[in-house]
Design a protein around this ligand. Sequence first.
Ligand code: WT7
Length: 647
Amino acid sequence: MSQIENVLHESRSFPPSSEFREQAHVSSEEQYQRMYAESIEEPEVFWDRVAKNLPWIEPYQTVLEPAEAGRARWFGGGQLNASAVCLDQHLEHNGDKVALLWEGEPGDSRSLTYAELHRDVCRLANVLRERGVSKGDRVAIYMPMIPELAMAVLACARLGAIHSVVFGGFSAQALADRIDDGQCQAVITADGAWRRGKVLPLKREVDLALEGRPEVHTVLTVRRTENEVAWQEGRDVWFHEAMEGASEECAPEPMDSEDILFLLYTSGSTGKPKGIMHSTGGYMVGAYLSARYVFDLKDDDVFWCTADVGWITGHSYIVYGPMANGATQVMYEGAPNAPHEGRFWEICAKYKVSVFYTAPTAIRAFMKWGDEHVEGHDLSSLRLLGSVGEPINPEAWMWYRRTIGGERCPIVDTWWQTETGGIMLTPLPGVTATKPGSCTRPFFGVDAAILDEDGNRLPTNAGGLLAIRKPWPSMLRGIWGDAERFEETYWSKWPGVYFPGDGARVDEDGCFWILGRVDDVINVSGHRLSTMEVESALVAHESVVEAAVVGRPDDLTGQAIVAFVTPGKGVGTSEELKQALQEHVAAEIGKLARPAEIRLTDALPKTRSGKIMRRLLRDIAAGVETVQDISTIEDQDVLVKLRGDDQ
Ligand code: WT7
């Protein structure tokens, strides 16, 4: 019963241009095959060659120690410091190279070279040390997307303190839960954050979160929005005042390869968020290599990853991966539609961005806002595009390729997770023929396969469970404080094999197609359908901007499909449209997938990271009171409206 039917048919394929291929780090199929085969058959040889590029303080003795599943140890005996990998190693030859081109939401900007960033990180590390933070301590970081956020992360790494970044859009309660779980003793924040011209009062949220939490001895606050803040003498320290007197000398703490670099919370399907633990050595090696090869980073690139540092994407592809490669990056503080819907493209043109990495939810928003916001901005500097976070529907992929990429930029659709630390399934832009909606092939060292519940391999094109059958360097090392849940969630389905929780299929070219979370699969009359495929069919209809599909209990068919649909501008909410959409899905996929009910809505409930909250929609579709954790929902109003719309 673990098989998922596969109904989406997509046959378009886009090989890279010879121009792109010739300049790429990995530039032929033969080279990819040779490297991939070595990374799987002789991982010690492959990863040793990669890891040698990092500045180890103490060389490692072993590359991979054979161990039970989930307990693999990488680069044993080695010592390094992640902030030194990102900063110190560049000082001699590239100190004056720009590390960050930062753009504030109100239109202010700053640029920082590697030498300047190094200086500020050293000073900040000294500030933290003077406040009593040392190796192994946990520090919560709750900040807007400002350069000080990257500094905070790297300053913790420099001291060997474990950072726990909490996305600045989360509530005081969510912050408090994470501070408690990680037993954090210091918090780095800002007075406020700019969001669509308004101030989000971050320091006030921190004050709320810390009520009754005297264990937190330090709150370091950056002045950003200059809103009034309450002050607790002894505990609260202004960032700028503390930095003024701080020394610029700070030797990086030598960290064992397996020492924890950071915790990052990800919401599980039930219950409290999991503090995913990442190591220093393996994580850095994985972030370094994937950033280099997937984004084909070169010395003169300007890389822009639009994610927030509060997500794993920002950890691995704003801070650690690109900086380990000495890249120049754009960092943007605000919303994509502030003050206008063309802001991203204005920024791309201003800084001549060459490699751009964003999420499908953003791409669909740009499509909805209209091409007129893209036109008029010179996007000719772009050479490579990326996507991450959800399956990207072919419509959005084609729009991205055409409207943003000018038909010339390869698109890397990268599948990975907070838990995997780095990209796992992806095209290599100089080699792989890309297909709209497919994340294509495994990255180096990733032994991916499609299995059924019993661990049997499924044939080509059969939908099943995605599995990773060998350890990889940037894999999670555990869940903070919950070893049992770690085993149970990721390592208990099949012996020795990692279970990511996603459904997928592999086509005849060896390309992977992610079918979404296994928990979301809908069972209609015994046919297991992927939500992603039905949604994709809906979005392909000209009147639809976004769609989310869930199952509702049905006496006859087990489950019936309910589709929540956001129509385009001026389409209205007519019965005809609903009917047209039902027929459209039946024609595209088959009668089986015809939604029993279509609900039109202006917006879908999403997490702060842009993922549609299907579990919540499931409760709404079934008409039951939800017991889901809704604290991470982006816009609470959406929920109220959806519940009211019972037709
Ligand atoms: C889940 C992980 C990895 C950084 C952001 C999300 C889904 C992620 C893709 C993709 C299809 C994708 C999966 C995965 N996902 N990337 N390219 N195609 N699905 O990190 O919050 O840990 O979520 O996001 O379902 O398991 P995350």
